[in-house]
Write a protein that binds this ligand. Structure first.
Ligand SMILES: NC(=O)c1ccc[n+]([C@@H]2O[C@H](COP(=O)([O-])OP(=O)(O)OC[C@H]3O[C@@H](n4cnc5c(N)ncnc54)[C@H](O)[C@@H]3O)[C@@H](O)[C@H]2O)c1
Length: 343
């Protein structure tokens, strides 16, 4: 079976994707520098799949090491590129760190891919490229808006770099997957999200509040023009998201792509408000969540959810898991992580 490189494969979405790739029989090589993950994730992947992927601890900012990696693994047929820094707030304070880690690494990898006879490349992009879209649900044709943060800009620039490279590299085919809001954990609770420090995202903040690690959740604004006044997002279960990567990769490896560079939205198509996510947590955990409504937070988009027609029809993929499934797995994962810490 084809050998696939997964960069950032020990991270949240990467680890779930490695599981699905191995379940489909692919041979996986992971590159990760452990800057936002732990080598222990390999044990979780092995427990689920019965197979340990090859792991190369490597910082993709080190160009020579990236070159040496591809010289060693010159039989790679596909690359799924997750490795990046992803904290929006930090990117505002440290823009160069983000441009270096998210852009230079991409360039170094693409330079090596140009040397291979044929390769498929999947890029982790984000719905952040749409900003506050003029129309909902958001289709892939919605205009890319001025980025709100250096992080968001790295996704826009990243897409342009790949598109430009594909135009002049017949051996390279690529898909940018624009994720909406990935949440949840693998049902085995062997792998999940491991935020370092204070979580930037709603769901780990909720589960950490549920377990008592945080005092309360702040809900930013209840006066938005939405049914309950709180912001709306499209929360997609990470296992559904992971499966989409395997399908997108197969599309490239089996030459089913319609253009050398394509983009797809990955979401459920359903928007959920912050309070609906809180309610879902309360339902699956049987716990009352301590939260308070505070003022709006600067830069928050009111509502964003995907039009999933292109992914459903062209990729032949659709989500199978619900928000309750995601919250239930995220809660089980939180409990497991904290129990392990206390032992
Ligand atoms: N999680 C989300 O909400 C979300 C939404 C949209 C897009 N994305 C994108 O998806 C990708 C994966 O996100 P995630 O949530 O799994 O993040 P994550 O931080 O859990 O995983 C990223 C992994 O990349 C590794 N990494 C970072 N820089 C590296 C480098 N220079 N060399 C080698 N390894 C490096 C980290 O150690 C980590 O294991 C990222 O590109 C992110 O921007 C994430």
């Amino acid at each position: 079976m084809d050998k696939i490189l997964v960069t950032g494969g020990l991270g949240f979405i990467g680890s779930h994707t490695v599981v699905e790739l191995q379940n489909e029989g692919y041979e996986v090589v992971i590159i990760d520098d452990l800057s936002n993950s732990s080598e222990k994730v390999l044990d979780g992947i092995t427990a689920i799949t019965g197979k340990t992927p090859i792991f190369e601890k490597l910082d993709l900012k080190e160009k020579d090491k990236v070159e040496a990696f591809f010289a060693k693994h010159n039989d790679i047929k596909g690359v799924i590129h997750f490795a990046a820094s992803k904290a929006v707030g930090e990117s505002v304070k440290e823009p160069l760190l983000y441009y270096e880690n998210n852009i230079s690494t991409l360039v170094y990898i693409l330079k090596e891919l140009k040397k291979l006879p044929a390769v498929g490349f999947i890029f982790s992009s984000s719905c952040t490229v749409y900003g506050q879209a003029d129309e909902l649900p958001i289709t892939e044709n919605a205009p890319v808006k001025q980025a709100e943060s250096p992080y968001g800009n790295t996704k826009q620039i990243g897409e342009e770099i790949i598109s430009d490279t594909c135009k002049v590299s017949p051996n390279l085919k690529a898909i940018a997957l624009r994720y909406f809001n990935p949440v949840g954990a693998h049902e085995s609770v062997e792998i999940g999200e491991l935020p370092i420090g204070v979580p930037q995202n709603l769901v780990p903040f909720i589960t950490q509040t549920g377990i008592g690690l945080r005092n309360e959740l702040s809900v930013f604004g209840e006066d938005y023009p939405t049914p309950d006044g709180t912001c709306i997002r499209d929360y997609i279960h990470v296992v559904d998201l992971a499966k989409a990567h395997v399908i997108a990769l197969g599309r490239l490896l089996q030459n089913k792509n319609k253009a050398n560079y394509e983009t797809f939205n990955l979401g459920t198509g359903k928007g959920s408000s912050v309070l609906e996510v809180v309610k879902s947590f309360e339902k699956v955990s049987g716990k009352k969540l301590n939260y308070k409504i505070v003022g709006r937070r600067e830069g928050d988009i009111i509502s964003a959810y995907a039009d999933t027609n292109k992914a459903n029809n062209e990729l032949g993929w659709k989500t199978e898991l619900s928000l309750d499934d995601a919250m239930s797995s995220a809660w089980k994962w939180e409990q497991k992580v904290r129990a392990a810490e206390n032992n």
